[in-house]
Design a protein around this ligand. Sequence first.
Ligand code: ADP
Ligand code: ZN
Ligand code: ZN
Length: 732
Amino acid sequence: MPKVLKIAVQAPLRSVFDYLPPAGSDPDTLRPGVRVQVPFGPRRRIGVLLEIADSSELDPAKLKPVLAVLDPEPLLSADDLALLTWASRYYHYPIGEALALAFAPLLREGKSAAPETVRVLCPEGPGAAGAAALVKRSPRQAELLRLLWEHPGGLPPAILAGLDGGKHTANALVGKGLARWREQAAQVAAALPAPAPALELNPGQTAAVARVLEALGGFRAFLLDGVTGSGKTEVYLRLAGEVLARGGQVMVLVPEISLTPQLEARFRARFPAPLAVYHSGLAAGERRRAWLAMQRGEASILLGTRSAVFMPLRAPGLIVLDEEHDASFKQHDGFRFSARDVAVMRAHLLKIPVVLGSATPSLESLHNVRQGRYQHLHLPERAGGAAPPLFRLLDIRGQRLVEGLSPRLLSEIGQTLGRREQVLLFVNRRGFAPTLICHACGWVAQCGCCDANLVIHFGEDRLRCHHCGHEQALIRACAKCGDTGLRPLGLGTERIEAALEEHFPEARVARIDRDSTRRKGSLQQLLDDIQAGRVDILVGTQMLAKGHHFPKVTLVGIVDVDGGLHSTDYRAGERTAQLIMQVAGRAGREDRPGSVLLQTRQPGHPLLCSLIREGYAGFAEGCAAERAAAGLPPFGYQALWRAESAEADRPGRFLAGLAESAGRMRAPSLQVLGPVPAPLARRAGKHRAQLLLQSPRRGELHGVVETLLDAVPALLAGCRVQWSMDIDPVDV
Ligand code: ADP
Ligand code: ZN
Ligand code: ZN
């Protein structure tokens, strides 16, 4: 009986496929974790060898041989394969596609993983002095020759490319026998500056570092719960230093690409160790280089976003995941994994510690602390002694508002500007106003493809749908009655910016949202301007709440908190509280205390009151009690099925079929909720519906999901839709 290769093929099928070893090869030299090319239907596909078995359930005569083995050595270790196999089972996602996503894009496509080389120019021949005599009549050759003898190990291509006619001159020298080309391994990391000294830790930081260090070499999960500016990053740096000193690698994950540069700067300033950065904003070549550098152990520190959580590590020592509460750690399409949960499982499989950091921990992580699964590390105070900000509710009921801004808020802004300090205003919507309405007849400008209003963007004279990307010129007359009395309704960042410019003509106002930062480098420019004090008032969306430091801001205004309190999503309260605390945390980070004003028409709202009286921890406790009573996560488990189709009735029909099957199963704890129309019931011309399965027993829920997945093909045959299934959904 020949050996059988079990291969995870990149295909949307939830099974592993059997192949024979490639013709004429010795199967004993093959090892799991190598990429292979296989025939698959009429095409060739890339797959990963998972296992070498002695038999197949299929007739061996029907098995096809692998076409090519792409790697001499495995790219994924047994540990990597175990993690991906777990993730594929847990999220019920095809193993071949889950594995594909673990690779850098070029490697996923089957491109070479061989170390990169560069061609460098080396001096040759009769020594520097003798050679100089041979190029007397060509100043360019003489200049290049001089450079060559300054770099006897080989002139880097970057220097050569910077010379006028460099390549041509180089070849002339080669022709004269004074130089030669040589292939040399590309350098992974550039030369590094001298490391900056570490700060002296405060007692809270010292204790946190000590607890994690005790755990090195084994699995333990920590929640580093520290207010903004409490020195969490300093704790990560210290831990990383210890792990590096022991020869280990450190993985640091952040929720947003925009947060990587500042973290990279801090790590680079501290450690001479080679560092790799990995996120989807990088070019394919850079991603491959970073991936291979971690895989081969050439780099010791990895900074990345959620997709980096699966990157292979040669000597894993520690995983850090910062801003663990952030919903961006959950992938929102395709393979819907949570990088936070995968990171914890990975640390568990690798027997290393994992540190989850946040100023506003998710209810999930707090629950895990309560259950004893995570250890709680607490940094209650700001490092460097800055005072915590003071929160105040501004009751705006019955007040005359100027574009949403109350007289009290405006006067405090004026006072802050008078003290030459910065103001930050948070508005949760970009654009000028979310709605354009006719004052004569009440007609509202809506997207033709979505159940959504078009957002006014005055600056660009456009109306835009924020859901499907549709846009059109701003109209001057009502499409229904022709009246020209069209009015903007509601508030967006652009409108607040304009109002502030009018009210404070001297002040320099900067707007930070997805529109104002679309151009590459524009966010960095804005952040630099704020840092340098070239801005007086910052107006922005949640982009302002994420990790950036604005040390000169002393007044934070939250223009409309009520919007976040009223939503059908049960997580809205938690999100709003996190957002308020995160935005507030940007203020008064240095010597001057900060103050936070929240405009509300519901000053008695229990969520707001508990947040302001007891802080985030008190709020989270109350919120958790409500969730427990309702059996909602983290006290119950959910799987959300979504379906969409251009035909209005199909999504509901498909999901009703699933609901019916679920109802027939013996799963006493299971709640079947729906199908119901999705929160945005029509988007980009597609009708959308969803079905929620919920149970206090995770095993039972997953058993039901597995059975339902088997029923999907038959249901689809009668009712074609696009569908997806989301384990532990974060937007229900
Ligand atoms: P976090 O990550 O919790 O927001 P950081 O690590 O960025 O906090 O620290 C906030 C500020 O406090 C930074 O400017 C940092 O340099 C400073 N800092 C952190 N730890 C200390 C310390 N032990 N002594 C003095 N300053 C510190
Ligand atoms: Zn009208
Ligand atoms: Zn639309």
